[in-house]
Design a protein. Structure first.
Length: 294
């Protein structure tokens, strides 16, 4: 049985940990509200932009000639992993890394054996996880969440887009956590490049002659890159909200576990203290009986 001092030290330690997890839960809850508002506002815009691209592509010849639609034999692959910079959020980061590795094993095993699967890490944890598994990782954008904005994400998107157009990669995919609610995040794997044909929205007939102003080529040349950047930005916002939700849930569970552990430690402390008092009483009684017998 541990000594009273050891048990007291453990109680103090667990109590301090519980206070930290409570504070982290409150911080995560505050950040979650802002992140949730951001992704809620972004989703309709991203969806409408995608619908516009589908509508324009249905009748625009320039869209078919876009360099972002080039379908080539898959020799080189780029995976964009969106994770967090910090841990203490349950299996949030691990699930993204596992999904990326599973994707490689299922679809790009041959390319991986030749060393032609590269990773662009947005968030430190994903890059570290893939490096441990032997993948080549682009770490130019791991600090994106330090100053999260469209401009910082746009730089990562443009780098991937330029590499695709230059022929450095034949396919670009995004792996991230989609935010559902505080307790639920869903792993998503989306193809960013080449552009996947988007069906026209309901009620819009394909092969319709559209009038473009100022001209078809300029509109398509601006719409497609913007849609790709928004696609990545939306994935980053989804991941950001998911991270705070996962951390809030993890810290809530950690706080509960600390409370249960404190109950057990206090019970052990009381039993240890009672045993120590009983031992002292027995020693006193034994000493008194020894003196009386003399």
């Amino acid at each position: 049985m541990p000594s009273l001092k050891e048990v007291r030290n453990r109680i103090v330690s667990v109590n301090s940990t519980q206070q930290i997890t409570k504070a982290m839960k409150m911080v995560a809850a505050a950040k979650l509200r802002r992140a949730q508002d951001a992704i809620t506002q972004m989703r309709p815009y991203a969806q409408k932009l995608s619908e516009m691209l589908g509508t324009v592509s249905a009748g625009a010849e320039a869209a078919a000639d876009s360099p972002y639609k080039q379908v080539r034999p898959i020799q080189n692959v780029l995976l964009i992993l969106v994770t967090s910079d910090r841990g203490l959020c349950g299996a949030f980061n691990t699930n993204v890394v596992k999904a990326a590795v599973a994707r490689v094993n299922e679809r790009y095993a041959e390319q991986a054996r030749r060393g032609n699967v590269k990773v662009m890490a947005i968030g430190k944890k994903g890059g570290e996880g893939m490096q441990r598994r032997g993948f080549s990782v682009n770490t130019n954008h791991i600090d994106t969440f330090g100053s999260l904005s469209f401009s910082t994400v746009r730089e990562a998107a443009e780098e991937a887009m330029d590499a695709f157009v230059a022929g450095q990669f034949d396919v670009v995919e995004i792996v991230y956590n989609e935010f559902k609610n505080v307790a639920t995040q869903v792993i998503r794997v989306e193809q960013m490049l080449p552009i996947v044909p988007t069906p026209a929205p309901a009620g819009v007939t394909a092969n319709v002659n559209y009038t473009f102003e100022p001209d078809e080529e300029q509109i398509v040349s601006e719409l497609i890159p913007k849609t790709l950047k928004i696609q990545l930005y939306k994935a980053v916002l989804e991941s950001n909200a998911s991270e705070h939700g996962a951390r809030m849930t993890a810290m809530d569970k950690a706080t509960e576990n600390a409370g249960e552990l404190l109950k057990e430690l206090k019970l052990v402390y009381n039993r240890t203290r009672q045993a120590a008092i009983t031992k002292e009483i027995l020693e006193i009684v034994g000493g008194a009986e020894a003196l009386a017998s003399e």
